[in-house]
Design a protein around this ligand. Structure first.
Ligand SMILES: *Cc1c(COP(=O)(O)O)cnc(C)c1O
Length: 403
């Protein structure tokens, strides 16, 4: 384990100061382990925030990407990129949906979803389309996606917000029905299947099923942001598959390229039809390098049985955390599914990032009080046991000091 984390932050006079960083600079990784420039080793419970699906330096991903870089990185969307159809067909096979738009990040996938929902309204003569969104939601930091996001800290300083969002509590179907009655211009319901930044809050299965019925009855779009919870993280390809439903629109990003930036909006036929040539586009979106990363990520996930692994190792990790933290005062709840787990504490817990790093573990803390674990889907049972063995005493020590 690491004796101490350097207290001197690396100097970065030219990088815009948008992040509160730990005083650690990372050098390289292997599997679920990362080394800093001073040679200290960390167990990676963060996975680059649910991005590094295959861990670091995967022995089959690396040569595939090297080969692709040597062939073609980028060409533009003036020409066909055969890998786009290959990845789109795979995403449609896995989701049961029909068409995919490729972009480069989560907020871009959500931005495209918002445009689809607005155009869906305009095409039907609704020229003031609105969307239903939820308390606790996080959808990104562009002007439109931060407007769809709930957290007032993310809004602060960036008004005026984009209009057209109506917000209700999660898992409250009566509130949804009432809002739809009060706002007949709503063209879609937009939510994370499991809220990530909001604190690992799952939409309940019955709630998701009820939303599907409501959207069908009112002929509006069900749009499920699976940027964080999708791509196998919960033990199914997409988190909504636990509810046995299909969305009309599903933005994806984080885990899709195993670290290479790639976003996608996967749509069913009603939603896909609204976009016509000229309606949307992006320079980098769907470039050969990003597409190859997506194709290889999904292929290797199947080859290595990573859905089953995420479900099994995630359940083991959750059980060890529950056992280690049972009856510890200050632990409110342990929740989540597969390898998307949150431990809610009764107090702001940002200080745990540095304490965990000192103990050799990378984690995140979200929504102020929720310790979040979103490691690579290759995590082994032994590594899960090591995460719990490091994290439990760190949390206990932290909570032992009066809040
Ligand atoms: C991270 C995240 C986003 C934003 O993705 P970026 O790639 O950071 O733009 C959007 N929605 C959800 C649910 C996310 O977790």
């Amino acid at each position: 384990m690491n004796a101490a984390v350097s207290s001197v932050p690396p100097s970065e006079p030219h990088v815009m100061q948008t992040y509160g960083r730990l005083p650690i600079a990372l050098s390289h990784g292997q599997g679920c382990w990362v080394w800093d420039v001073d040679g200290r080793r960390y167990l990676d419970g963060l996975g680059g925030i649910a991005v590094n699906t295959l861990g670091h330096a995967h022995p089959k991903l690396v040569p595939a990407l090297q080969e692709q870089i040597a062939k073609l990185i980028h060409t533009s969307n003036y020409y066909h990129v055969p890998l786009q159809e290959q990845l789109a067909a795979k995403l449609c096979e896995l989701s049961g949906l029909t068409n995919v738009f490729f972009c480069n990040s989560g907020l871009e996938a959500n931005e495209a979803a918002l445009k689809i929902a607005r155009k869906f309204g305009h095409d039907r003569g609704n020229h003031n389309p609105e969307l239903l969104v939820f308390e606790g939601a996080f959808h990104g930091r562009s002007i439109a996606t931060l407007s769809a996001t709930a957290n007032p800290k993310i809004h602060a300083g960036f008004g005026p917000l984009v209009p057209g969002f109506v917000r209700v509590p999660l898992n409250d179907i009566a509130a949804v029905e009432a809002a739809l009655d009060a706002h007949p211009n709503i063209t879609g319901i937009f939510l994370e299947t499991i809220q990530g930044e909001g604190g690992v809050n799952p939409a309940r299965i019955e709630f998701l099923q009820a939303l599907r019925r409501v959207c069908d009855a009112r002929d509006i779009l069900l749009m499920l942001d699976e940027v964080q919870c999708g791509i196998g993280r919960t033990g199914k390809w997409f988190a909504h598959q636990w509810a046995g439903i299909q969305p009309d629109v599903m933005p994806l990003a984080k885990g899709l390229g195993s670290g290479v930036p790639v976003g996608a909006v996967v749509c069913g036929p009603r939603a896909a039809k609204v976009m016509q040539p000229g309606n949307h586009g992006t320079t980098f979106g769907g470039n050969p390098l990003a597409m190859r990363a997506g194709v290889e990520t999904l292929r290797l996930m199947e080859e290595e049985g990573l859905l089953a692994n995420a479900a099994k190792v995630g359940a083991e990790l959750k059980a060890s955390l529950a056992q280690g933290l049972a009856s510890v005062a200050g632990v409110v709840e342990i929740r989540g599914q597969g390898l998307m787990l949150g431990i809610e504490l009764d107090r702001p817990a940002g200080a745990l990032l540095a304490k965990a790093a000192e103990a050799g573990l990378m984690i995140s803390v979200t929504a102020d009080r929720v310790v979040r674990l979103v490691p690579a889907l290759i995590l082994s049972s032994d590594e899960a046991a090591q995460i719990a063995a490091i994290l439990v005493p760190v949390i206990k020590d932290f909570l032992a000091v009066p809040a």
